[in-house]
Design a protein around this ligand. Structure first.
Ligand code: VGL
Ligand code: ZN
Length: 196
């Protein structure tokens, strides 16, 4: 559909195994998201990728009164997208939480994302990535509140789970707010092993 866009949330090294704020099996979203990217590119639909892009002294870091270890610091290795993510050259990168004093879990918060989507005539967003219980959740909820139809990619999300139930609760909250849940088999070919 002409009014669809794919939104990849924070598929960054620091949220994957080996990173400073690693999400369990965070890297498992990568091959699945690559399948969605292929599908959207084949239909010439826009792809957006958000990234957590913190200054070194960001308020979410423990040393500055926050709850997280330093992660996704601007221009560091950990802030890079996962190397296996096949981000198209045409993908629009949305940097968020870029100022020291402000946390922003949502890709819409303090960014041009909504304006860019509206300019393109996008009405429905397919959203997946990291982490289910923080940035995916807040991005999906903001999408719904901004009037977009939000489709949660159930097979391409993983959560931090400070409490083991957090991801499940986040999913219930998103679906309860009006988001739809799908897997790639609902809209494309069944997933196959990645070709190298
Ligand atoms: C995120 C915790 C801290 C996320 C970002 O991308 O979900 N989580 N910063
Ligand atoms: Zn962060």
């Amino acid at each position: 559909m002409q009014s669809d866009a794919l939104v990849l949330v924070d598929v960054q090294k620091d949220f994957c195994p080996g990173g400073s704020l690693a999400v369990q099996s965070g890297d498992a979203v990568v091959p699945v998201l690559n399948g969605y990217v292929r599908l959207f590119m084949s239909k010439s639909l826009p792809v957006f990728a958000t990234r957590d892009w913190h200054p070194h002294n960001h308020c979410s870091f423990t040393a500055y009164g926050g709850t997280w270890p330093p992660h996704c610091v601007q221009n560091t290795e950990g802030a890079r997208f996962h190397p296996d993510l096949r981000l198209p050259g045409t993908a629009v990168i949305i940097s968020k939480a870029t100022t020291p004093q402000e946390e922003a879990y949502s890709g819409f918060q303090g960014t041009d994302l909504a304006a860019m989507l509206r300019k393109l005539g996008v009405r429905r967003l397919f959203i997946g990535g990291l982490a289910t219980d923080y940035c995916v959740k807040n991005t999906v909820l903001d999408a719904v509140h901004a009037g977009f139809t939000a489709v949660l990619l159930m097979d391409a999300i993983r959560g931090v789970n400070l409490d083991p139930q957090d991801s499940q609760r986040a999913i219930e909250q998103m679906l309860g707010a009006g988001a739809f849940g799908i897997t790639i088999e609902d809209i494309g070919q069944p997933a196959r092993a990645e070709q190298s």
